[in-house]
Design a protein around this ligand. Structure first.
Ligand code: NAI
Ligand code: 15L
Length: 262
């Protein structure tokens, strides 16, 4: 690729992608509303509010691919979610269609399916069950991605990221953790696969407890290599283990599924 756009490039995963994806394209175009610091020689910094269509169209123009990380990344009010995640993701796809971008990595979330019970193992054919307005916004993004592929052939990997942090932070993340290396290898697969089409991938490492089955994405050949297991002792020692029937333990989405806006 000549130019890869990363939205949300000042955030946690955007900064990781900025550090680790330089080899994927000649130029990384980095965008956010937050400060992006100084550009390296292979970088272009383009600050952009995702809800502004005109700005997003010029942001996207000239790019071959998009890693769409930008937006509200946890539960929030409708007033915040609507411009950033709903209008923002529409703007990205519509701009991609108009400017001829071929492929998108859409950062969806486990919170699109957060109301499944922990003992239920699901795959990409199971219906969405969002656990929050945030999760609903990710379902909207997934539907947009489906529509833009079926009608306009903009290819997308919808990646329902579990919990991507340097280390798992609690007992739930022993199941949902996605290591940084596994995320990077997944993004690389998405942009180097000969054909992508529209595919849903569950973004979790090779953890002992598995809630998500990636059989529908088998053709991608992505194999997570890390596991949360080496962190178990530390998690047991530092985090209180919730009772197995505690509400926070009941659903894939954990605390998101039980938190209420009121
Ligand atoms: P983050 O909150 O650190 O980064 C999001 C970035 O988007 C921020 O830098 C923020 O300034 C930017 N942003 C927010 N509203 C914007 C707007 N209206 N216009 C332009 N930029 C805007 O989140 P993180 O953890 O890096 O996650 C990246 C993406 O991956 C998010 O879409 C999140 O929903 C998704 N995700 C992340 C997971 C994780 O474990 N880190 C798990 C599941 C999904
Ligand atoms: C997400 O969707 C969030 O972006 C991230 O901050 C974590 O809360 C993650 O889900 C999770 O479920 O652990």
């Amino acid at each position: 690729m000549k130019r890869l756009l990363i939205t949300g490039a000042a955030g946690g995963l955007g900064s990781l992608a900025r550090r680790r994806l330089a080899g994927l394209a000649d130029i990384l175009r980095l965008s956010d509303i937050a400060d992006l610091g100084q550009a390296a020689p292979h970088e272009e910094l383009v600050p952009c509010e995702l809800s502004d269509f005109a700005k997003v169209k010029s942001l996207v123009g000239g790019c071959d691919g998009i890693v769409h990380f930008g937006g509200i990344s946890v539960e929030n009010t409708w007033e915040k979610i609507l411009p950033a995640n709903i209008a923002g993701t529409y703007n990205i796809y519509e701009a991609a269609r108009l400017t001829g971008v071929k492929r998108v990595f859409f950062a969806s979330s486990n919170h699109a399916i957060g109301f499944y019970k922990r003992e239920t193992r699901i795959d990409a054919t199971d219906p969405v069950r969002p656990d929050s307005l945030y999760g609903v916004s990710k379902c909207f993004g997934e539907a947009l991605a489906r529509y833009y592929y079926d009608k306009y052939r903009v290819e997308t990997a919808v990646v329902r990221i579990g919990s991507c942090f340097p280390e798992p932070k609690d007992h739930r993340m022993m199941a949902t953790w996605l290591s940084e290396n596994d995320l990077v290898s997944l993004i690389e697969r998405v942009f180097t696969a000969a054909k992508l089409g529209y595919v849903t991938v569950f973004g979790a490492s090779d953890n002992e407890e598995q809630w998500w089955d990636n059989r529908c994405a088998g053709f991608l050949g992505w194999r997570p290599k890390d596991s949360s297991e080496p962190f178990r002792e530390k998690i047991d020692a530092t985090c209180e283990k919730p009772e197995s029937d505690a509400p926070v333990n009941r659903y894939h989405g954990g605390a998101f599924a039980i938190a209420r806006l009121d």
